[in-house]
Design a protein around this ligand. Structure first.
Ligand code: ZN
Length: 220
């Protein structure tokens, strides 16, 4: 690897904006850098897919509410969220994809849902509202500007509101090198428990980890 001092110091973290990142891993497609402040591992912009190539990948997903396997996958987030939301509430599914399903599952429990997706449901009115809870499944790893997007979601939450996130977490460098998750070229941000602890501190929120890939932040 040949990374000069200039490239070391000029890469600002897209999550905490600090310019203290180091090369973490490199494969035949991309470089992965890790922020020394919030521990996010991120792919520099020159390795990102074009917007049209990114959408072409998402178009391959034909998830829908009739797909029981997809429902089971989403239940890893929805089940703990249902337990934390005993009454009917207003929620947002951010990044719902082409076949909104999580929103249907919450509606079946009596909640009122809005959906938003950059490519499929550009319903920008959701950003004028406020929510008791927001779910975002398999989304944060795709964000080009995670600081801006997560700030925006947190600002939409009412006090005591919940932000439920599903994303696979970085464990360590040797697991990273063998990880299927980095093979998807639309994945450009890789979070760890430390990164979510950083976010919890930033937002004065409580954080809860459930299983390997579910994170729930509660706004105070
Ligand atoms: Zn950072």
């Amino acid at each position: 690897m040949s990374h000069n001092q200039q490239s070391f110091s000029s890469l600002a973290c897209p999550l905490c904006l600090e310019a203290h990142s180091k090369i973490y891993f490199e494969d035949k497609h991309r470089e992965y850098w890790q922020c020394q402040h919030c521990h996010l591992v991120f792919v520099p912009k020159q390795f990102w897919l074009s917007s049209s190539d990114e959408k072409a990948l998402y178009d391959l997903h034909d998830n829908n509410p009739q797909d029981l396997g997809y429902r089971r996958f989403l239940s890893r987030l929805s089940t703990p969220m249902f337990d934390l939301l005993p009454e009917t509430r207003r929620g947002l599914d951010f990044g719902c994809g082409p076949g909104p399903t999580l929103s249907v599952m919450f509606e079946e429990q009596g909640h009122t849902m809005d959906v938003y997706d950059l490519f499929y449901y550009q319903n920008r009115s959701v950003f004028e509202r406020s929510y008791d809870f927001i779910c975002t499944t398999e989304v944060v790893e795709h964000l080009q500007s995670p600081q801006k997007e997560i700030d925006r979601l947190f600002n939409l939450l009412r006090p005591t509101g919940l932000l439920g996130i599903m994303t696979k977490l970085v464990i360590d460098k040797s697991a990273f090198a063998r990880w299927h998750y980095i093979q998807d070229l639309s994945h450009i941000c890789f979070f760890s428990q430390d990164t979510f602890r950083f976010l919890a501190t930033k937002y004065h929120a409580e954080v809860q980890f459930i299983g390997n890939d579910v994170i729930i932040l509660r706004k105070n």
